[in-house]
Design a binder for this molecule. Sequence first.
Ligand SMILES: NC(=O)c1ccc[n+]([C@@H]2O[C@H](COP(=O)([O-])OP(=O)(O)OC[C@H]3O[C@@H](n4cnc5c(N)ncnc54)[C@H](OP(=O)(O)O)[C@@H]3O)[C@@H](O)[C@H]2O)c1
Length: 339
Amino acid sequence: MTEQDLPATGREWHLAARPQGWPDPADFALVEAPVRQPGPGEITVRNAYLSVDPYMRGRMNDVPSYVPPFALGAAMDGGAVGHVVASNTEGFRVGDAVLHGLGWREYATLDAAHAVKVDPELAPLSAYLGVLGMPGLTAYAGLLEVASFRAGDTVFVSGAAGAVGSLVGQIARLKGAKRVIGSAGSAEKVATLVDDYGFDAAFNYKDGPVAELLAPLAPDGIDVYFDNVGGEHLEAAIGALRVHGRATLCGAIAQYNDIDAPAGPRNLALAIGKRLRLQGMLVGDHSALRGQFLEEVGGWLRDGSLRYDETVVEGVENTAEAFIGMLRGANIGKMVVQI
Ligand SMILES: NC(=O)c1ccc[n+]([C@@H]2O[C@H](COP(=O)([O-])OP(=O)(O)OC[C@H]3O[C@@H](n4cnc5c(N)ncnc54)[C@H](OP(=O)(O)O)[C@@H]3O)[C@@H](O)[C@H]2O)c1
């Protein structure tokens, strides 16, 4: 490996200002930065796909959380897949495809211990950011482990046309759910849920109060609620859950851009009489399931029983807009940026 093989500079995204409420493109800055040669034990990767994920919105606030906040005026990070273009370690060769955590940039030089090789023959590279990656494991673990899903359960999932939700509904169906119901934010997404992903019923939550839209689709109530949204959705699900029902609290995207404290759910006391279990989750706690997840989901992908979509935005210069678009619902399936 010689130094000539790397460009002198590459583009990377910095957080220019902490968003107040909804993020604005002006909160982000695309900066030309030196591409560092790999030191001992390091690799340099040319990123091919960048992930934009809802949790990144929380990292833009300067508050303590389970992941540290992005620093102002410094490169942002996040999931990415790409190819090794320079290696200073025995385990990785130029051309290897890898998954790592230095996204939001064209080139990343990192400790090879923080990169995982992925097989581009098994699945397109972008799948390792979605169906075979963090969102896929979230869906799998959140449904099967956290919600203790059992065949015969009636399952309701919100954010159902997104990366996590679209897989939750399909995994429930493949595992023998009695009924799978989803909510999403457009008529097109609702049609995708029923026609492409095999949900039994779906509704557009923008058409009216969630509880009223859910009730006729779940006349006997629900056993499991997979919550990607929080707020009104969670309140409606608490109302619809049957005795000993279980909810996975995976995300609360309806309030990620709120400045004021969220209003609900106002009916939490129902959890007492119904003996509900409402359990939060973080995907990082479930890495022991990764092998089983890859085997089972990989099998469903190969035999065509599980579908996945991606919304691909072209160009590193469009990453901030892709992120904001994802928060606004511009994606079906996983939102990724191809560079
Ligand atoms: N706990 C964990 O470890 C973990 C891991 C991964 C993801 N998550 C969470 O899981 C959820 C889904 O993540 P994802 O990566 O799969 O994202 P995603 O669903 O692919 O994309 C976000 C979607 O949220 C929906 N949305 C935005 N505002 C909404 C609102 N006010 N009400 C209802 N839906 C709204 C939009 O779709 P519509 O058009 O349908 O509105 C948008 O497409 C997020 O809450 C995320 O934070 C948690």
